[in-house]
Design a protein around this ligand. Structure first.
Ligand SMILES: [Zn+2]
Length: 454
């Protein structure tokens, strides 16, 4: 394929043209260019048509996706098709990725290559989440974006770390590479990225669909949390460079999860993968159970894979159970729950009261900055972003936390002596002993209060 030239004008279907300004990057199916379309800077993906097995059907599928629109705001969706040129080549226009977002591939490897504008030399720059909270917010965003996609009857098909861009400060996510997304039952030749492909695809028994997306999603989430490949342990690493046949065996026929409780033949290699073991020990058992199920039962039986709403509930709980201590340390409540029911910071020993909800198993440490999301009150609620309450420091009693109502809904706070107070928007209540808060149909109870944070 001959690429597009700087300054070249590309005709856009239904009118106008886009002028090529520069190259943004290239991938397996083509190159992405920076273009000017009617004064707006956009991205143009231009296909290497020789790598597309059925170009006409592939193009029609993208046109259908443009007509349908994105499943939700997180998808960087195709917007306009180009005209087809004399060589049968084409592409599509989409929004430009905002500068602040970095590819998940770089987040997982903890660094990215940045080219020096003067010398062109590549330098490594660290890429880290600002907090565990942001890391888990990104996981929630990825899971709920995939949930919305599957809800409209489509699958992503090429789900891997290259398809997501992350704001590492907030955990916001944008989903790109949306051009292989197709209705369930349709596939236009893509099979996926090694390491992310479901075993049945590696074996040549299936093509990508919603069930294989679920497997790839579990791999992606495992990599986000543990920074490792779930099947790459001593057995795979000991084999050296994998031949095609060895890869098919390791990832298709008889892959073994590195933490399979019933098969220790592929454990992380001591001295080389110690970080994976440390991270595995850090996460609560319910998280480990989800990955064990995904990479044992879920390997051979797609119906045993976790569905997105299960992942969503798990990550909502996990994020709520973070303790962000004022000393800077972060842990999960269940890791450091005292006999008295408080959460103790493992670094400095400060103790925090815990908020329990009546309709789920969340144990949320009450620390300044903790935001109560609507989805924590109702685990089946699809909205993962709306904040209904926040823990703030009491202005009159420094160091004493209070819970502020951030909604127009009037909360009812019930004290242990039975007195009930209305808490209106913008107002809060101190974290008193035995406090019950009624938020709509949900009740939250403060466990082991009277704990100062300073
Ligand atoms: Zn601390």
């Amino acid at each position: 394929m001959v690429g597009l030239s700087i300054g070249q004008d590309i005709g856009i279907q239904y009118g106008g043209s886009a002028r090529v300004l520069g190259v943004l990057g290239s991938g397996g199916q083509g190159t992405v260019y920076r273009v000017d379309f009617h004064g707006k800077i956009m991205a143009l993906k231009w296909y290497d048509i020789g790598k597309i097995s059925s170009p006409e059907e592939f193009r029609r599928n993208i046109e259908n996706n443009i007509d349908d629109g994105p499943p939700d705001r997180r998808f960087v969706w195709p917007q306009f098709m180009t005209e087809v040129n004399q060589d049968g080549e084409f592409g599509y226009l989409m929004e430009l990725m905002p500068d602040k977002y970095v590819q998940l591939t770089d987040v997982i490897s903890n660094f990215r290559q940045v080219s020096d504008p003067l010398t062109g030399r590549l330098n490594s720059r660290p890429v880290l989440f600002s907090s565990l909270y942001a890391n888990l917010t990104a996981a929630i965003n990825i899971v709920s974006a995939m949930r919305e996609l599957h809800r409209v009857g489509k699958s992503y098909q090429d789900l891997n770390d290259g398809g997501y861009f992350i704001d590492t400060d907030t955990g916001d996510v944008l989903v790109c590479d949306c051009d292989n997304i197709a209705p369930e039952g349709c596939n236009f030749g893509i099979s996926g990225k090694p390491g992310y492909m479901a075993p049945e695809i590696v074996r040549g028994m299936a093509v990508p669909d919603v069930q294989t997306d679920k497997y790839s999603l579990a791999v992606l989430l495992f990599r986000m949390l543990f920074r490792a490949d779930p099947l790459e342990g001593s057995r795979v690493l000991g084999a050296g460079v994998l031949t095609e046949n060895a890869r098919r065996m390791a990832y298709g026929n008889n892959g073994v999860f590195i933490f399979d409780p019933n098969d220790a033949s592929n454990r992380p290699v001591a001295g080389r993968q110690d970080h994976v073991v440390r991270l595995w020990e850090f996460y609560p058992q319910y998280v480990k159970d989800a990955f064990i199920r995904s990479f044992t039962l879920g390997m051979g039986d797609p119906s045993k894979r976790l569905i997105e709403s299960e992942w969503q509930q798990l990550f909502i709980r996990l994020r709520a159970e973070i303790l962000g201590c004022i000393c800077g340390a972060e842990t999960f409540c269940v890791n450091d729950l005292t006999a008295a029911g408080r959460c103790r910071c493992p670094a400095c020993g400060r103790e925090y009261a815990v908020l329990e909800y009546n309709n789920n198993s969340i144990k949320a440490p009450i620390y300044c900055g903790y935001k109560i999301h609507v989805c924590e009150l109702d685990p089946l609620f699809g909205n993962t972003e709306t904040v209904v309450g926040e823990v703030v420091e009491n202005r009159l009693d420094r160091g004493m936390p209070g819970i502020k109502n951030c909604t127009p809904l009037v909360w009812r706070a019930r004290l242990p002596d039975g007195k009930v107070y209305d808490v209106v928007q913008g107002k809060g209540m101190p974290v008193w002993s035995g406090l019950h808060i009624e938020i709509g149909n949900t009740r939250a109870r403060v466990m082991q209060p009277d704990v100062r944070h300073i």
